[in-house]
Design a protein around this ligand. Structure first.
Ligand code: 5AD
Ligand code: SF4
Length: 485
């Protein structure tokens, strides 16, 4: 697969070797030590041992999972795509909405039964859900077969925790409340050879009143721009042509750096990297999206024509209760400025239905925004009460029936509009980055347009990772069938 390993820790066999104190050298030392432990386990098992990382939630988690996989490959585990067959199963969890938690508990029950049959099996849990003390208590009580539990702040310590588990034979639990630390240059195992996520910042300081992220991902911290550029340069040298810059709120990038810089300035630096063809980013908070960014995007040859701009609600009254710090009018004005500068931009959004106190009138305001902006697509969510957030104790929680009714109406509106917007591109010829063979028909390949739409067209595996000019022949709601020109 596609490794990006810089450090080789040259450890002698002398076990009195002092453990390095600085990172990432310390973790490379523990990867070596884990490899020695794994060699013994492999001998006992009489076969190579395998791992499977299952990701719940967002692209940040997907990127974290690639880091876990990078460490495990380095230790000597082999990747096994099917969870049921793997010896080491890692769940990288999400807790943004309650149903994500329920899915984890359900699947853990199954894993416990599998572990009874496989003496070499290990189970690790990490990610946002582990940052909640009630979750860890429940795991200790009801799921004692879990081997390793860690959180979002110490993921870089995975190798060290794994060694502790291997050498102590006990369950290892290590959760940090927060951190100001960013550890660079650990191994990563990319899912795609030609595109990659790149973290530019961690955490969130916004405290939207419904959202648990600031509590589980900690305070906002930006990566040093030099480290970001260095990572992308290495990625492009290794065949990557598209990067997705990741952060909870990329528009506030750089504010806390020793030498502050704006997100737009960072983008201009990244644009200069040879070999890099496409730049994407997410997520943008409307309150921090600057005119400077709009200008840089409009002038750029590499930044994709797509903005994910979560609106959450169209009602200024609800937006205030959500602590979003913009109004309906402010949001619509921002959209106008973006569309004026880039008429071909694709806009997508997140919308929450049923926030406490939401009336039919408020909901109509949301529909009005949807009709005015005409999003290319929208993720719609039913409000989920997250313990510890201000919204969880607000009065007027909306009855389930009402929420479901509004959710259905919103979904229909969003889908009808996105089908119309999508159909507007029919007949045009666009540049497509081919990502994979089509899941259902192997005579087709699937590629992505600059504006994030998918198109399926005749082709073979040799096109994967390459750009093609494709005519969009037939709109199928939210994707296209096309042909190469
Ligand atoms: N309930 C429902 N949706 C939520 N989101 C975040 N917190 C909640 C919650 N408590 C949604 C927001 C955010 C997206 C990632 O998840 O729309 O933009
Ligand atoms: Fe949550 Fe708001 Fe931060 Fe997004 S910006 S992660 S919705 S608190």
């Amino acid at each position: 697969m596609n490794s990006d390993n810089k450090f080789v820790y040259d450890r002698t066999n002398d076990i009195s070797d002092p453990v390095p104190a600085s990172e990432p050298e310390r973790q490379y030392y523990f990867m070596e030590r884990a490899a020695e432990n794994l060699a013994k386990l492999t001998e006992e098992a009489g076969r190579p041992l395998t791992f499977c990382v299952t990701t719940f939630g967002c692209q940040m988690n997907a990127r974290d999972s690639e880091k876990l996989a990078g460490i495990l490959e380095r230790v000597g585990y082999r990747e096994e795509p099917e969870e049921e067959k793997a010896d080491f199963v890692i769940y990288n969890t999400c807790t943004v909405r309650e149903n994500a938690n329920q899915r984890v508990y359900g699947r853990l029950g199954q894993l416990g039964r599998m572990k009874k049959r496989n003496p070499h099996m290990m189970i690790a849990l990490c990610g946002c859900m582990m940052q909640e003390p009630e979750v860890v208590e429940k795991l200790k009580k009801s799921y004692p077969f879990v081997d390793l539990i860690f959180g979002t702040h110490n993921i870089y310590k995975f190798a060290e925790l794994l060694v502790t588990r291997m050498e102590s034979g006990r369950t290892v639990i290590d959760i940090w409340k927060d951190t100001d630390k960013i550890v660079e240059d650990l191994p990563v195992e990319r899912k795609y050879p030609f595109k990659s996520g790149v973290n530019i910042m961690f955490g969130c300081n916004n405290f939207c009143s419904y959202c648990i992220v600031p509590y589980v991902r900690g305070r906002e911290r930006s990566r040093d721009p030099k480290a970001i550029i260095r990572e992308i340069e290495r990625l492009t040298a290794d065949g990557v042509v598209e990067v997705m810059l990741l952060g909870q709120n990329v528009n506030s990038y750089g504010k806390t750096l020793e030498h502050p810089m704006t997100f737009a300035q960072l983008l201009q630096e990244i644009e200069k990297i040879d070999g890099l063809e496409r730049i994407r980013f997410m997520t943008s908070h409307p309150k921090d999206l600057s005119d400077e960014l709009i200008r840089v995007m409009a002038e750029s040859k590499k930044i994709c024509r797509h903005l994910h701009l979560p609106v959450q609600s169209g009602s200024t009254r609800i937006l205030e209760k959500m602590n979003r710090r913009y109004t309906k009018e402010g949001y619509l004005d921002l959209v106008r400025r973006i569309k004026n500068a880039m008429p071909d931009i694709s806009l997508t959004t997140d919308i929450i239905v049923g926030f406490p106190g939401e009336t039919e009138e408020d909901f109509q305001e949301t529909l009005d925004v949807v009709r005015t902006v005409r999003y290319d697509s929208a993720f719609t969510f039913i409000y989920s009460k997250r313990t510890g957030t201000p919204a969880a104790v607000m009065e007027d929680q909306v009855p389930e029936e009402t929420v479901k009714d509004r959710f259905g109406r919103l979904l229909k509106e969003v889908q009808d509009i996105s089908a119309e917007v999508c159909a507007g591109h029919q007949g045009t010829v666009q540049t497509v980055l081919v990502e994979s063979l089509n899941d259902h028909d192997s005579s087709l390949v699937t590629g992505r347009l600059s504006n994030n739409l998918l198109v399926h067209f005749p082709g073979d595996a040799s096109l994967i990772g390459k750009f093609s000019e494709v005519r969009l022949d037939e709109c199928r709601g939210f994707y296209f069938l096309g042909s190469r020109v």
